[in-house]
Write a protein that binds this ligand. Structure first.
Ligand code: ADP
Ligand code: ZN
Ligand code: ZN
Length: 744
């Protein structure tokens, strides 16, 4: 007898363990690990679905009590079995039910009705059709005649047929007419399954000859690979240093060896150029998976990957779970991007899961960034990742000149505009020369904090080194609070540093910037890219393409515009409110600011013409800003890692955030306090909180947060398991839910 361990498809903690079922002989062939099955469940034998996660020859219970699997759901997707082990690892490391973790690794569960291509062929000789057409003409069968005429007039009807859907739409004829003619034997309709390819062809490009540094990187990586060495590599290369070209040439060799590759990118809409480059290099052996695809399109890509019809999958976080059977390489471009961490439970990080999956199947991982995450760089320096550095731009373009404008000084000298004088002067100059300008408004952390316009002071938590967040009551600032430890003060009337009354929560929107630009430069053509102007399919691409085609002189936007694009005619990037992101009340604020500024600076002077960057800030002495202006990652890293060391933040230590959710506020508070107590009972954990989460209440659910820091990740994982256990055993908290945030 064969028995199957089945995880029931509902996310309830108490059912989050495998149940054993018997596999009846007629299902043996289809009941493989990863299959979706129908089973009778519980006392009432309610029909449910579940996944087989293991098979064995031994019953763990009294055989008379083991039920049979009813059916294997045929169109259910079967997971590569290592993906199920990966799901288990995700559940253990990030906190989730097994069922939720399985959903992460099996992104498409049910087959969607496939798009078919139908073609109409004539089933008679030309003369016969002509006769029939004449006859029907007399009888006024107009639709039938239209269809026959279309067949007769198209030169290749007898060889290639007519596309059914086009004919129906354009002639037009109803499908009933088509069926009737088919029934009469006048025509035949043939069906072929068609894969929906979300992007179609184009010219194939020729790989350029690598420069010496690129060649060295590719060679060392591939020589490891050829010798059977698998590892994780970090390519730290300034924007434009040719990293993408390196990925493509490594992938080429891996694919030539019969292996498959996954290429993760932060977000398709913003990295469309990268996707296009892959298509023109690898043609239809590439596919993309992203959130804008229809269910059917996703399923097709998934099937093609599984069947081995493609070698390369490009996509965001979720593409990591592409069911390749011969996976040889995972590339993560712009490795530092926060979109690689899931914002829904389980809150896994693609970088870590990639390294895990690669180690399970004998693949290598390549991480690339101009501004590596502290995690990746720290590990590289520890020797856990192999580090490559590229310091020069590939096409010979030079890095831009960077200017810092101290906005306090501007105020001092009576310039109250959002544009400093340097930026104004350079804009005028560039516009005169018909070159393009990008104005980047750093909106991260927008208006959530309090600062002084006179001296630049930002109000911070004395314990956690993050800015205090504004809490409002009735539309007014009520008090300021720390997200981590709950420290709070009332809103001061003057700046505690310099005594000025220019203190408050400041902010400006892209729309306002556009207005001001139009006022100052009435002759310039302006484009704005933000949430309002990019809604709808292809919204980003349209704006970016218009700007790339020089349909505008100035592009104004938020974080969206600083990523990955290549605009050769842009010679000036202005960063407004550069320091806003220093104040997101998060220990990664300095890191995010450095990344944003360095990426923004990387947009200038990508072509032959030299570029300028102006960074406007109230905190010109902050190390993130100074280092970004000098494009000096190492200097930034040394400062930042020092701060993490002192305050025991990742990657030096680990931090577990436990989010307690409940519709009953007192329950949420009680449980949070209790869990904080559990953490405090451990000597090796430093506990913060409980405190209200940054969003203290969301859709009527109260949110409390507790943090624990510990050097040893395993200790935090163990605490997570202990809390999960506690929740299973304590009925009184059944109205509460927990979410775990590891190192995020
Ligand atoms: P990154 O990914 O580091 O930003 P890219 O691979 O996009 O860099 O390269 C930047 C630009 O330089 C691109 O336009 C690319 O086509 C070009 N490029 C890269 N490598 C070479 C090379 N070896 N020879 C010529 N041009 C190159
Ligand atoms: Zn001040
Ligand atoms: Zn604090």
């Amino acid at each position: 007898m064969v028995y199957a361990d089945v995880i029931v498809d509902i996310s309830v903690k108490s059912l989050d363990r495998p149940f054993q079922y018997r596999v009846p002989p007629e299902l043996l062939e289809d009941a493989v690990v990863g299959a979706l099955v129908r089973i009778p469940f519980g006392r009432g034998n309610r029909e449910m679905q579940g996944y087989i996660i293991g098979l064995s020859g031994e019953a763990r219970f009294d055989v008379s009590r083991i039920k049979n699997i009813q059916e294997v759901v045929k169109q259910g997707v079967v997971a590569e079995s290592h993906l199920l082990s990966l799901a288990y690892w995700i559940k253990e490391n990030y906190g989730a039910t097994m069922n939720d973790a399985i959903k992460v690794v099996l992104p498409v569960k049910q087959e969607i009705r496939q798009k078919v291509q139908r073609t109409i062929y004539p089933a008679m000789q030309r003369e016969e059709l002509e006769k029939l057409a004449a006859l029907w003409e007399k009888k006024h069968y107009r639709a039938r005649v239209r269809l026959l005429q279309a067949i007769l007039e198209s030169p290749a009807s007898w060889e290639e047929g007519l596309d059914h859907d086009t004919a129906v739409r354009q002639l037009p004829v109803t499908t009933a007419v088509v069926r009737e003619l088919e029934r009469q034997g006048v025509i035949t309709v043939e069906t072929a399954r068609k894969y929906r390819n979300p992007i179609s062809g184009g010219e194939r490009d020729v790989p350029p000859k690598l420069n010496q540094r690129q060649q060295e990187v590719v060679e060392s990586l591939l020589s490891d690979y050829r010798r059977g060495i698998r590892g994780t590599y970090l390519i730290h290369g300034v924007t434009g240093s040719g990293k993408t070209e390196i990925y493509m040439q490594i992938i080429q060799e891996i694919v030539d060896q019969g292996k498959q590759a996954i290429m993760l990118i932060p977000e398709i809409a913003l990295t469309f150029q990268t996707v296009k480059r892959f298509y023109s290099r690898f043609g239809d052996r590439v596919s993309v998976m992203h959130s804008r695809l229809s269910q059917g399109e996703r399923f097709d890509q998934f099937t093609r990957a599984k069947n081995g019809d493609i070698d390369i999958m490009i996509g965001p976080r979720s593409a990591l779970f592409t069911p390749f059977a011969r996976l040889g390489l995972i590339v993560i471009d712009e490795e530092h991007e926060s979109s690689y961490q899931s914002d829904m439970p389980p809150r896994y990080h693609a970088r870590e899961v990639a390294v895990k999956r690669a180690s399970m199947v004998g693949a290598s991982v390549v991480l690339g960034s101009a501004t590596p995450s502290l995690e990746a760089y720290y590990r590289a320096l520890q020797g856990r990742y192999r580090l490559f550095t590229l310091e020069e731009r590939a096409g010979g373009a030079v890095l831009p000149k960077v200017w810092i404008t101290d906005m306090r000084q501007e105020l001092e000298e009576n310039n109250r505009s959002v544009f400093g004088r340097k930026l104004m002067a350079l804009m005028e100059e560039k516009l005169k020369r018909k070159e393009q300008v990008i104005l980047f408004l750093n909106r991260r952390g927008y208006a959530g904090f309090v600062s002084c316009r006179k001296c630049g002071e930002v109000l911070r938590c004395p314990h956690c080194s993050v800015s205090l967040t504004v809490h409002q009551r009735q539309g007014k600032i009520h008090h300021l609070e720390c997200h981590y430890c709950g420290y709070h003060i009332s809103m001061p009337g003057t700046c505690p540093q310099c005594g000025s009354k220019y203190i408050g929560a400041f902010g400006i929107g892209t729309q306002k910037v556009e207005e001001l630009v139009r006022e100052q430069f009435p002759y310039a053509r302006v484009l704005r890219m933000d949430k309002d102007t990019t809604s709808g399919k292809g919204g980003h691409e349209k704006i970016l393409e218009e700007f790339a085609g020089q349909g505008a002189d100035i592009l104004i936007g938020t974080q969206m515009i600083v990523k990955g694009h290549d605009f050769p005619n842009v010679t000036l990037v202005g960063v407004l409110a550069a320091d806003l992101s220093l104040n997101i009340g998060d220990y990664r604020a300095g890191e995010k600011t450095y990344q944003l500024l360095a990426q923004a600076a990387g947009r200038a002077g990508r072509g032959r013409k030299p570029g300028d960057v102006v960074i406007q800030t109230y905190q010109p002495e902050h190390y993130s800003i100074v280092a970004a202006a000098e494009q000096d990652y190492q200097a930034f890293y040394r400062q930042e890692i020092g701060m993490r060391q002192i305050l025991q933040y990742p990657p030096v230590s680990n931090i577990l955030g436990v989010l307690v959710l409940s519709e009953k506020e007192d329950q949420a508070r009680k449980l949070a306090a209790l869990l904080a107590g559990q953490l405090r009972s451990r000597q090796d954990i430093q506990t913060l909180g409980p405190t209200e989460a940054p969003l203290a209440k969301l859709r009527d659910v109260y949110r409390q947060m507790v943090y624990g820091k510990c050097r040893d990740y395993r200790v935090l994982r163990q605490m997570k398991n202990q809390m999960e256990q506690y929740m299973r055993e304590h009925e009184e908290y059944r109205d509460c839910r927990l979410q775990f945030h590891f190192n995020s």
